[in-house]
Every structure is written in C-alpha cells, then in structure tokens.
Write a protein that binds this ligand. Structure first.
Ligand SMILES: *Cc1c(COP(=O)(O)O)cnc(C)c1O
Length: 355
C-alpha cells in the first residue's frame, strides 16, 4: 500500500476547543465544521468537539448526515438554503438557516411548513459578500416576522479583516449600531476575531481554523496561540538518488543541482492534496529533520533535498505538514493559507484517528 497517511488527533481538537473556551468563557461555541470539518472528517470532528454547544456548516447534505447519526445540537447552515425544496428537510430536522438576501426572504414568505424554521439574519457590515445591508435590519425583521413559518433566533455578521490590519472595530461599530435594542443573541466572531478582539465575542462565537490547530494570522503562529495541529500528513521516501552537478529533477527540470547532492522521492503529490504550486524551498520533514522540497510537485510525488540527512533511505518517514511542521508554514511557502491545504486533502489519502 502506498505509504501516505493523514492522522487526525482528536485530543488536539479537544485541546483547541478548550483554547477557544478559555478565550471566550462567556460565549457559546458554534464549531465550524464546513468542508468535511476542514478536511478532518465531519463525524470524527463532531465527536471530538462534543463540548461545543453548536455546529455550523455550509452543506445541507452534511447537516442531515449529522442528524441521521444522532447529532442533537443546534446545527447552523452558514449560507442558508438555495431553493424552496430545501426548506422542508431543514424544518423537519431542526436545522437553523442563515437568511442573507431578498431571494431567500421571498422563498420564506411563500413557504408553508408544518413547523417554524429557525432563522439567523445575516447582516453585511463591510465584507460585501453575503448579508442584508446592516441599516435595513428593521425592515428585514418585519418581513421575517410576517412569514408564518419563520422564527428569528439570532443576528450575525462576518468580518473581512479580523486577521489583518483593519481589524474588526469598523465593522463592529456598524453591527452594534444596526442591532442596538434588538433583543436577540448575536454572533460575529470567527477564529481571528475570537482570538484578538474580546469585544467581538458576544453570545456565540464561530471558530473554525483554530479548532484544527492552525493560525488565522499571517504574523502569529499557532504554537504561540497555544494551538495543536489536528491533522498530520505523512508519507515515506520511495526512492533516493544521487544527483551530479547540473542534473535537474522532475517535470520541466525546474531545479538543477549546483553540486553533487542526494534527493528523496516522497510518495505525495497534488492528487493527495499537496499544493502543486509549492515552490522549491517549501519546508518538509524527512526522518524527523527539517529540509526543503526541490523541483515541481507532480501528481503522486514530490522531491526532498536530503542534504544533511545522510541517514535518509527508502522507507524513511516524511511529514508534509502537522506535528513538527505547521501547515501554516507550508501554506505560506506555497502562497496560500492552511485552510486550503487542510480542505484539499484528497479522498485517496487513508485517514486514521488518534484518540
Ligand atoms: C468559515 C466561517 C467561519 C469560521 O472561520 P475561521 O476563520 O475558520 O475561524 C465563521 N463564520 C462564517 C460565516 C464562516 O463562513
């Protein structure tokens, strides 16, 4: 069997949830488990995150799967529904839906459901992606209250730059002004806001990436934030070769050895979810030692520089990210964020679980 494996560490998930809890002791936690729990496996993550008060995701089918497996907690659909046919299963399985635009309002207005559907009204406060204009809140609430099959249970917004320079204050001011005096629970914080802005914690927080042990910030490591990686992607060297000066490696020959050197071929490529655009120099661990990739990532393989690792041989372990090598660092080298690496873990990688 090909030696690539992803190991999911449930204790790390629990630990990271605890870190969120300590930062926001007065808020309830709605753990974000969209995209198959950021690649960690929905059922597995929901189990490990049993201490979270609620779950949030995008995919209706995944939410129904959680209910079928006996999940009793509130489940929030972060983009709501996309067609009127989805309202019936949402109501039947007690899912909570976001409502973010007029189209959804119209569908709710026409719906006649056997029981009321719980709705979270989403406001746009500057992200300009989803949400009603914050200043329209009163009108939106009036329209929702006119819907016979709806009960509004909370208000939310989403931050555009909680991890960056602009921060959250400018959006929080708009949200607070628009919602002043509206007696409903509020939720605004993603991981970055939860970690950096105490004033953004409110009634419910919605951490995602921090639960999986990665940092939302380009300038602060997960370790410094007290988080532990939940996914470790490992494989092995399946070939080792000696290069002579001038020999190039891989497709396009994008890397050429300047002197004699040893390289290892790691059984991991972009069909496993490793980013193809990770350039020469991306960090990788071989036999527990930090080195770099060289050449172009292929579908099933990548190359590791074995300089300074004379003990490396066929069968030596390689860590692509996770314990000992933060996914954030690999992502930064590849010009992306850890979110993308975690979600991209492919179907063909066998996943095991550490308790
Ligand atoms: C994905 C998502 C989150 C979680 O964001 P992280 O940066 O992973 O913490 C929170 N809220 C909404 C609306 C989301 O779509």
């Amino acid at each position: 069997m090909r030696p690539i494996r992803a190991r999911i560490d449930s204790a790390a998930l629990r630990h990271n949830l605890g870190a969120a809890r300590r930062r926001a002791p007065r808020s309830r936690i709605c753990a974000v488990v969209k995209a198959n729990a950021y690649g960690h496996g929905l059922a597995r993550a929901a189990r490990a995150l049993a201490a979270a008060e609620g779950l949030a995701l995008i995919e209706l089918e995944a939410a129904l799967e959680l209910r079928r497996s006996g999940e009793k907690r509130p489940i929030l659909l972060l983009q709501g529904f996309f067609s009127p046919e989805e309202l019936e299963p949402i109501a039947a399985h007690d899912l909570i839906t976001v409502v973010h635009d007029a189209e959804q309002l119209a569908m709710l207005g026409r719906a006649r459901l056997p029981k009321r559907i719980a709705v979270v009204a989403k406001l746009n406060t500057g992200m300009n992606r989803l949400g009603f204009p914050a200043e329209d809140l009163r009108g939106v609430l009036d329209r929702l209250r006119d819907c016979p099959s709806v009960a509004v249970i909370a208000l939310m917004t989403h931050f555009a730059d909680a991890d960056g320079k602009r921060g959250v204050r400018w959006q929080l001011e708009r949200f607070d002004a628009a919602t002043a005096g509206v007696d409903l629970p509020k939720s605004v914080a993603n991981s970055a806001a939860l970690l950096r802005y105490p004033e953004a914690r409110k009634d419910w927080v919605r951490p995602g990436i921090m639960l999986y042990g990665c940092s939302p910030f380009p300038d602060e490591s997960a370790e410094k934030l007290g988080l532990k990686p939940a996914m470790t992607l490992t494989s092995e060297l399946i070939a080792v070769r000696e290069l002579r000066p001038g020999d190039s490696v891989g497709y396009g020959g994008t890397y050429a050895a300047s002197g004699a050197m040893r390289i290892g071929v790691v059984a991991c490529g972009y069909a496993d979810g490793y980013p193809r655009h990770a350039p020469t120099g991306t960090p990788v661990l071989v036999a527990g030692k930090r080195t770099r990739t060289v050449g172009r990532v292929a579908m099933d393989t990548l190359f590791a520089d074995l300089t300074g690792i004379p003990e490396a041989a066929v069968g030596s372990p390689a860590t692509l990210w996770g314990e000992g090598l933060p996914a954030d660092e690999v992502a930064a080298s590849a010009g992306t964020v850890s979110y993308e690496l975690l979600c991209a873990l492919s179907q063909r990688v066998p996943v095991s679980e550490a308790p």
